[in-house]
Ligand binder design. Sequence first.
Ligand code: SAM
Length: 250
Amino acid sequence: PAQLVLVSTPIGNLGDVTSRAISALRLADIVLCEDSRVTQRLLFALGLKARLESFHDHNEESRTPRLLEAMRRGQKYALVSDAGTPLMSDPGFRLVRAAVAEGFGVTALPGPNAAVTALTLSGLPPHPYLFLGFPPPRGGARRTAFAALRAAEAAGLSASMIWYESPHRVAEMLADLQTVFGDRPAALARELTKHFEQVRRGPLSALIAGVEADPPRGEICVVLGPHDPEAEGQPAFDLDARLRDELTRT
Ligand code: SAM
C-alpha cells in the first residue's frame, strides 16, 4: 500500500469527489493540506474527520525531511490541495520527488483538474497541449515568457496552451497574448463545474472586447489555439524591439 496518496478534490462542485478520494481521506493517518479551513469544509461536507497538517508552498521545503522520516516509521499520508489535482500549480512536487527517490510507494487518485476541463471545453485541438500554470504576474516577464513560446513555435512547436489566471489580470494577459501571438483562436473558461460556469470562445480580439464589456469574475483558465503556419494575420517572428529587448535581458 502506498505511503503517499495524491488525492484530487473537486474544483467547485462537491459532486465531483470520487469514491476513492473519500476512502483515501478516511484511511490516511494524516491529510496534508494547503488551507486547513478549505479542507475542513470538504471533510465536513463528506461527513469525514481526519487529522490535518499544513503543507503549502512556503513550508514544503522545510517540512519534507520530517515527512520522509515519518514515512520511514510507517506513517501514511494523503496529500490534497485546496482544489483539483495536487501538484498542478499547487504544492507537492518536491515531496513526491523525495518520496520516489527514497523508494516509498506513491500513488495518485485522478480527479478534477481545471486545465484539462477547460481544454476539453475550449473547442481547440486537445493535443499536443502545454500546461503552463500561472503566467508571470508582471507585464515584462509575462511578455518575455510568451515570446519564448512564440520562439518555440517559430522552431516548429504547434500546441494548444493552457494557463491559469486571476480575473484581475486577465485583460492584460489577453492583450499580451495578442501582441505576441497575433489574433488567434482562444477560449476563456470560468467557474468550471460551478453554477456560473461559462466558456467564451473566439479570436483573442473578440475575447478582449468581451472582457472589456463584461469583466469575468471567479476562477479562470485561458486556452490559446496552436500556431497555424498557414493562417494569415499572425505576427512574423520578428517581434517588435521591446520584446526582443526583454528576451535578451533574461
Ligand atoms: N490544482 C488545481 C487544478 O488541478 O485545477 C489548480 C490550482 S491553481 C492554484 C488555481 C487556479 O486554477 C485558479 O486561479 C484558476 O485559474 C484555475 N481554476 C481552479 N478552479 C477553477 C474552476 N472551477 N474554473 C476555472 N478555473 C479554475
